[in-house]
Design a protein around this ligand. Structure first.
Ligand SMILES: [Zn+2]
Length: 230
């Protein structure tokens, strides 16, 4: 390790301060800049600030609110919204006196019944399975960390969540719904259902989880809890 390169990551946007503490005080907690690989001290970032790399200016971390608490709260709301979003009518199509309600689950099954099993599987994974797994994992991690626990299986959940959330794409499905509405508006009367409102709220919830929760802080809380258990 080139200890000459160890600097303190305390160059906050706006304040532009940089401090180089003695190396032995920071050696135990180091992080590397994702852009230029400079080794830096891993310091807590105040809420509303952002630490940047003193060499290349790459953003390292943003100070965010209590990530474990927000994980538990936002994922609880998301899980509650998931059931009506998946099961209740997304859209109602009315044409020539007939009215037909469609939910996401019915849309996936209809795709499969029409022979588009590959598309149906992809839609099911990205809009049903991955969002559910993502919310459940965020909930489990948030609750355990908030209660001060650090079980040995928690890192596996954090790592799994890292992969699962790449597949959770409810916003793509919503885009497809909007395209369908535009295409079908002259052929049938389209009415938004309860499922659509729940789905939009679920998408916002997922978006808040992505923007407000700092994965790095979750790992730090895990380490802190584990140190307290010893
Ligand atoms: Zn850098």
């Amino acid at each position: 390790m080139h200890t000459d390169n160890v600097l303190m990551a305390a160059m906050y946007n706006g304040t532009q301060t940089q401090v180089n503490p003695p190396i032995d005080t920071v050696q135990s907690k180091l992080t590397a800049c994702a852009d230029c690989d400079l080794l830096l001290a891993d310091l807590p970032v105040p809420e509303g600030s952002e630490s940047v790399c003193p060499r290349c200016g790459h953003g390292l971390r943003e100070g965010r609110p209590d990530s474990a608490l927000f994980s538990a709260l936002l994922s609880s709301v998301g899980l509650l919204l998931l059931i009506p979003a998946m099961g209740m009518p997304l859209l109602s199509l009315a044409s020539t006196g007939l009215r037909h309600d469609v939910s996401i689950t019915q849309a996936v099954l209809a795709l499969g019944n029409d022979g588009y099993w590959e598309v149906a599987t992809l839609v099911a994974v990205c809009t049903l399975v991955a969002p559910f797994l993502n919310l459940w994992l965020v909930f489990a991690v948030g609750v355990v960390l908030q209660m001060g626990g650090a079980p040995p299986w928690l890192p596996a959940l954090l790592r799994l969540n890292h992969h699962v959330r790449e597949w959770a794409m409810p916003e793509v499905f919503l885009l497809a719904v909007l395209v369908s509405v535009v295409k079908l508006k002259d052929m049938a009367q389209l009415l938004p259902g309860v499922g659509l409102y729940c789905f939009i709220c679920l998408m916002l919830c997922t978006l808040l989880i992505e923007t407000l929760i700092d994965q790095h802080e979750l790992w730090q809380t895990y380490e802190k809890n584990r140190a307290q258990e010893k």
